[in-house]
Write a protein that binds this ligand. Structure first.
Ligand SMILES: [Zn+2]
Length: 271
C-alpha cells in the first residue's frame, strides 16, 4: 500500500512544508490533513471543527497569512490540481476503504481476488455518488441501506476530472495480482516474532547439529507459555515535536514472562 504517498504527490501540486507553522500561504495550509490541522488547533487553543475548510481558515487566520480573513472560497484560491481530493481527504479515506474491503473479502471467505479488486475500484464511483456496484458487492453498505440517491453525499461530480483521476489511479495500482495477497486480511507479524524467539534458543551464528530440533521445541514451548500475556500498562514516548508525538506508537508493558515449561521438562526428563 506504499503508493498512497505517490497518490498524494500526484494529486497535490503544492509541496508540503515540514510543519503547519512553516506554511506561508493558505494553499500550503490546505495541504495538511484534517488530523494535522486539528492537532495544530488543539495546541493553540483554537476551536475545533470537522470541516477541513473551517480548519484551514482558522489556522490561516491564526498564522496571520495574507488574505486569510477573506478566504471564504479556499478551493478557488489554492493551486491544486484536484482540490476536492484534499478537501475530502480522499487519500486517507482510500486507505481505510481498502482495509474494509479486505476485511469483507476475508469474511466472505473469498478465494479469488476479483470481487475484492472490484470492491476497491468501486470507491471512485461511490464517492461520485454512483452506488450501483455498492449494492452488488455488499448489500449492507451505509449508502445502500440509506439509499443515497441524487449524489447528495457525493464528494466530487460524476464523470468529472477528479472522478476520472481517482478511477485511473485505482486501475493502475490496484490490480488483481497485487490484491491476491490481501484477500485474507492477515498480517505476518506473529511469525516474525516467533522467529525472534527461535533465535534466542538456536542462535543463527552457530550450527547446532544434534540439538537443533530440541532447541526448536524449546522455542515453541516458551512461545506457547508466554503468548497473549496480559497488558499491565500502556505508555507513549513524550516529545516536544508534534510530528514525532503523532507517529509515536502506544507501548505496552506486559506481565513478566514465565518459564514453567522448563521445570515440567526437567521433571519429566530427570525424574
Ligand atoms: Zn456506495
Amino acid at each position: 500500500m506504499g503508493k498512497f504517498k505517490e497518490l498524494l504527490q500526484e494529486m497535490r501540486r503544492t509541496p508540503k512544508e515540514s510543519t503547519v507553522e512553516a506554511a506561508t500561504t493558505i494553499a500550503q495550509v490546505a495541504v495538511f490533513s484534517v488530523v494535522q490541522l486539528k492537532e495544530y488547533c488543539r495546541e493553540h487553543d483554537l476551536p475545533q471543527s470537522r470541516s477541513k475548510l473551517q480548519l484551514v481558515q482558522r489556522v490561516s487566520v491564526h498564522l496571520k497569512l495574507p488574505e486569510a480573513g477573506a478566504s471564504t472560497e479556499i478551493q478557488r484560491q489554492r493551486p491544486l490540481k484536484y482540490p476536492k481530493l484534499a478537501v475530502h481527504d480522499i487519500a486517507y479515506k482510500l486507505k481505510s476503504w481498502i482495509y474494509t474491503c479486505a476485511k469483507n473479502a476475508s469474511l466472505r471467505g473469498d478465494t479469488t481476488p476479483e470481487l475484492l479488486t472490484m470492491d476497491i475500484h468501486n470507491a471512485a464511483d461511490h464517492w461520485a455518488g454512483d452506488h450501483t456496484t455498492c449494492s452488488y458487492v455488499h448489500g449492507m453498505k451505509k449508502c445502500v441501506v440509506e439509499n443515497w440517491t441524487g449524489g447528495k453525499e457525493a464528494k466530487y461530480p460524476e464523470g468529472g476530472k477528479t472522478h476520472k483521476a481517482v478511477k485511473e489511479f485505482l486501475k493502475k495500482y490496484i490490480t488483481e495480482t497485487k490484491m491476491k495477497c490481501y484477500i485474507r486480511a492477515r498480517e505476518n507479524f506473529i511469525s516474525e516474532i516467533f522467529h525472534s524467539v527461535i533465535n534466542k534458543f538456536s542462535t543463527k551464528r552457530i550450527h547446532f547439529d544434534a540439538s537443533h530440533t530440541a532447541r526448536l521445541a524449546c522455542a515453541a514451548m516458551d512461545w506457547n507459555e508466554n503468548i497473549r500475556r496480559d497488558v499491565r500498562a500502556t505508555y507513549q514516548h513524550a516529545s516536544n515535536d508534534t510530528a514525532v508525538r503523532r507517529r509515536a506508537k502506544t507501548n505496552r508493558v506486559m506481565v513478566e514472562r514465565t518459564s514453567h515449561w522448563k521445570k515440567a521438562l526437567a521433571a519429566t526428563v530427570f525424574s
